[in-house]
Design a protein around this ligand. Sequence first.
Ligand code: FVH
Length: 289
Amino acid sequence: MPTGRITVLGLGAMGSAIAARLRDTGYTTTVWNRTAAKTAPHTAAGSTAAATVPDAADAGDVVLVVLLDHGTVREHLEPAAANLKGKVVVNLTTTTPDEARSTAAWAADHGIAYLDGAVMATPDMIGTPAARLLYSGDENAYAIAGPALAALGGAEFTGADAGLASLKDMALLAAMDLMLLGYLQAVAMMRTVGVPAVETAGEVESWLAAMLPHGKEVAAIVDGGAYDTGGQSVDFDRRGLASIITASREQGVSAQLLEPHLRLLDELSATGHGASDWPRIIDRLTIPK
Ligand code: FVH
């Protein structure tokens, strides 16, 4: 039976799933939520409800924060700083890397061991091997909270920079976002001739599955940094993309998702890199600090 007192701040969809999983695993759990009525199913199942965040902080050795956003987290943690001193706080709320670093600095100033987490899962996946949770920040805090965190799903410590978990989360979400927009572009094009989205979805899935392994080749070109492998070039890609844009427009479909990509390739070509490997586009994505 696990020992340790865990507090969960926030009982939305994700916080509720996390509190339930920890309770079911055998942890003594205290919960707090702005809308107090949401604590009822948890107290009925064996958790204790705290009336205030400071009370909730007092009741746990490890405090998991699953609130809406960075502002909400700081709004509720700051008044409880004295109660959190000497404890482990694991913030699973989605934040940006710099927001995570800012909360880590605030925690350090108040003697709080801070871990920032990123949940790569939906609430129904919590407690299953399909859930992947990333953590960064205080490694000692990770060692203390580790057994409880392992109950939530696959746990990975990504490094001492508190922003790393969030950065990886955001990077993977960026990849997903652009991929799903590509899917919608294909659906929009095929819909113009009456093909239902579900049929195009199957086609896109097979096509992307065949193409995805090439991602590692792209990565090798970027890591090599020379962009001279003689593979698909910027100018070759420009011609291909121009055709896709024209085809979209011919079918009455906007190309506004594709146009920024073409602009980046055009910029590369105009600066003398038309013969470079197309992944050189990454240079256009990097903003000098
Ligand atoms: N749900 C998911 O699939 C995703 C998976 C990836 C990571 N996210 C992040 O997890 C955080 C919480 O998400 P959630 O799904 O639990 O969100 P909600 O169900 O909307 O619950 C939000 C909770 O935040 C409380 N809250 C909102 N505003 C305030 C406030 N000003 N003061 C105090 N608490 C606040 C809200 O309380 P209430 O509305 O019930 O009173 C909920 O407890 C989030 O960062 C996701 O990005 C989940």
